[in-house]
Ligand binder design. Structure first.
Ligand code: FAD
Length: 402
């Protein structure tokens, strides 16, 4: 009997095996994951789960019985150490398994602060896995002083939870503004004001020189020379694609495991999906770090293993929750040349990104309608009259008909 092995039991791995079975695949299917838990959703780790508003059961993508009932073998707590593509085998330490088709869904690796600047002190955390969040959760007590390094979405979400729980929060961002890598100045301004209104101290254009402490972190020295007493530190300084395993197989790497539009790597019976891949998009290649991409790309791979020859066409979208604001992002703002603001009442706002007159992305805060219409316009390749967009009293729906 043919054997399909999926390595990496996160969002993409779980979606791939489910799609294989639900699509009628009768091969042996094994899902292997390094973490000692069945596949779960990561987004709540920096939101409801960190806040203590969501229990572990609700974090799981599917109950354990799903895998049993669908005859999917789970090997959790198991690290795959190498791939031998000529022999079509993988090594799990001493053990060897053979495959006919192999799928890599190994996700991302968080960047960590170097040990030379105190990155290995106790009380310095990243937010990637359930274990990371379970380890830091006891620190989330009112009055504790937390330093957050990095003003991207993960850092800002952690800041939001900490502030809501009454911690004293300082966030440092080395770039000129928070969210600089991913959003326009207008979105940065919106979230800076939101966090400051909740008492978070945001320092921009300020880096971390080093952390100090004996074994445990006790303070930080910042690039402007200031010193800070802290009880713990969270770093959200970005992630990189987890390609180390793919490299053992000699697969081509290009800002992630290089796959074609079908999700096939440079070796014909090895596929990949999710955060760990870069794939063709419009005229270039991209890598996306998002749940919708992990699900859709992994499902396409499953269908292609079953012979569909389907092309993956990414429709990028993303969300973030901070305080009582839901941010929804449609499209990709790469190379934008203009941003049009639509300022509604209270916290409702949206920012529309144009590239040479074409609408390419929308950041919508507490405005699901702007998000939904923006997304449909972008996916249809239509633009949106800036005069209509910038008038918060103007109905957006007629834009879809043009
Ligand atoms: P992962 O879910 O990371 O799964 C990869 C798995 O592979 C891991 O469990 C890893 O241990 C395992 N693995 C790696 N190497 C090996 C090996 N050699 N052997 C065995 N197992 C291995 N996205 C959104 O769209 N919206 C959000 O609001 C959002 N919030 C997020 C908040 C947090 C805190 C984090 C961490 C991520 C968030 N994301 C969000 C991103 C989203 O969770 C990821 O894009 C998604 O999980 C990617 O899925 P994946 O399956 O590619 O990788």
């Amino acid at each position: 009997m043919r054997q399909i092995i999926v390595i990496g039991a996160g969002q993409a791995g779980a979606s791939c095996v489910a799609k294989l079975r639900n699509g009628g695949c009768t091969d042996l299917i094994t899902l292997i994951g390094a973490e000692p838990v069945i596949p779960y959703q990561r987004p709540p780790l920096s939101k409801a789960y960190l806040m203590g508003d969501m229990d572990l059961e609700r974090l799981y993508l599917r109950p354990e019985s799903f895998y049993r009932d669908h005859d999917i073998s789970l090997r959790m707590g198991t690290n795959v150490t190498s791939i031998h593509s000529d022999a079509q085998t993988i090594s799990l330490g001493e053990e060897t398994l053979s495959y006919d088709d192999l799928v890599l869904t190994t996700g991302s690796v968080p960047r960590r602060l170097p040990a030379q600047i105190g990155g290995d002190l106790e009380g310095v955390y990243v937010v990637r896995d359930l274990a990371d969040v379970d380890a830091m959760a006891p620190q989330f007590q009112a009055g504790q002083r937390v330093l957050i390094v990095g003003g991207g979405y993960i850092g800002l979400e952690a800041a939001s939870v900490a502030a809501k729980l009454g911690l004293k929060v300082t966030l440092v961002e080395m770039a000129d503004r928070i969210l600089q890598r991913v959003a326009a100045r207008q979105t940065s301004d919106y979230f800076r004001a939101l966090h400051r209104s909740h008492g978070v101290e945001i320092l921009e254009g300020v880096g971390l020189n080093r952390l100090v402490g004996e074994d445990e972190v006790r303070g930080a020295i910042l690039s402007d020379g200031s010193e800070l007493d802290v009880d713990f530190v969270i770093t959200g300084v970005g992630i990189g694609p987890a390609t180390a395993l793919a490299e053992t197989a000699g697969l081509k790497i290009d800002n992630g495991i290089k796959v074609d539009a079908m999700g096939r790597t440079s070796c014909s019976n090895i596929w990949a999906a999710g955060d760990c891949t870069s794939f063709p998009y419009q005229t270039g290649r991209i890598r996306l770090e998002s749940v919708p991409n992990a699900i859709d790309q992994a499902e396409t791979v499953a269908e292609n293993i079953m012979g569909a020859e389907k092309t993956y066409v990414a429709k990028p979208w993303f969300w973030s929750d901070q305080y009582d604001v839901k941010l929804q992002i449609a499209g990709l703002n790469t190379g934008y040349t203009e941003v049009v603001s639509r300022i509604g009442e209270g916290q409702t706002s949206s920012f529309w990104y144009y590239r040479d007159g074409l609408l390419v992305a929308v950041d919508a805060m507490n405005d699901p309608r702007a998000y939904m219409i923006g997304k449909r316009l972008i996916e249809a390749g239509k633009s949106a009259d800036p005069a209509v967009v910038s008038d918060p009293t103007a109905d957006l729906k007629p834009l879809l008909k043009k």
